[in-house]
Design a protein around this ligand. Structure first.
Ligand code: FPP
Length: 251
């Protein structure tokens, strides 16, 4: 391989996306393919989540956002909603200490008001316990919908203008973003959706403006470090232009 190619390869190897967001899809299909209840797919999904957080930290990713319950998931049968709520309780109670020990900072995005009080408390507890950690940031999108988040931000900004805390003329993309659910978190570089579906499903619509999208066929319960590395390699092949022109080659 020519020296220039070797150098390009080495540089690409270090181009680790800072922020990876994941739509963890395919738990139900994974279970159906094995004649198992959908709940078993979700339980195995939690194991995939643990593996993925560990691998992301080892690879050097700084922020992982996971779509764990969408605002639209309330339309599922009550039994499945109960199962998903139970899994969140289990995940926080069982894994929070370990995440804290691993220096993970947990942040939560989504609408909290309509959540069961004990769940809302667990989410606050996770954020509070880990708020000073400076390792990987895990952003949990729970009861989250991107359009709902944008409406919340619009309300917040309108209220600030009405109070006189903000001039209408100062409302721009940066000030607007401060009213989103997790101000200060940079936009995702890479969004991965598992299970072969190719859409965003109301996930991070504002933040995804220039994210690279990678769709992998793997059902979420089978996702692992190799699948994550595959998606990162795909990301590394992309040329990110942010609306500008391609980088010049040669002189
Ligand atoms: C999509 O699979 C996945 C979900 C709706 C929930 C994702 C949840 C987990 C991975 C586990 C829970 C983790 C926490 C922290 C609560 P699907 O049910 O839509 O699968 P399908 O499209 O094959 O039916």
């Amino acid at each position: 391989m020519p020296e220039a190619e070797i150098q390009k390869d080495a540089a690409a190897a270090f181009d680790v996306p800072r922020h990876v967001a994941i739509i963890m899809d395919g738990n139900g299909r994974w279970a159906a393919a094995r004649g198992l209840p959908r709940a078993e797919g979700h339980r195995r999904g939690v194991e995939a989540l643990r593996r993925t957080i560990r691998a992301a930290g080892e690879i050097g990713i700084k922020i992982v956002t996971i779509f764990s319950f969408s605002a639209e998931n309330w339309s599922r049968p009550a039994s499945e909603i109960g199962e998903l709520m139970g899994l969140l309780r289990w995940f926080v109670r069982n894994d929070l200490a370990e995440l804290h020990k691993s220096n993970v900072r947990v942040r939560v995005i989504g609408e909290r008001v309509s959540l069961e009080p004990d769940i809302a408390r667990l989410l606050v507890e996770a954020e509070e316990l880990t708020k000073n950690n400076d390792g990987l940031t895990l952003v949990v999108a729970f009861n989250y919908g991107a359009r709902q988040e944008i409406v919340r931000a619009a309300r917040g900004i309108a209220a600030a203008v009405k109070r006189g805390d903000l001039n209408l003329a100062d409302v721009d993309m940066d000030s607007f973003a401060q009213f989103l659910d997790a101000p200060g978190i940079p936009d995702p570089d890479l969004i991965i959706r598992t299970s072969g579906e190719q859409r965003l499903s109301n996930f991070l619509l504002w933040q995804a403006a220039y994210s690279e999208l990678v769709f992998v066929p793997t059902y979420w319960p089978d996702f692992d470090r190799a699948a994550l590395e595959f998606a990162i390699r795909e990301y590394q092949q992309r040329e990110r232009r942010f609306g500008g022109l391609a980088a010049q080659t040669g002189s």
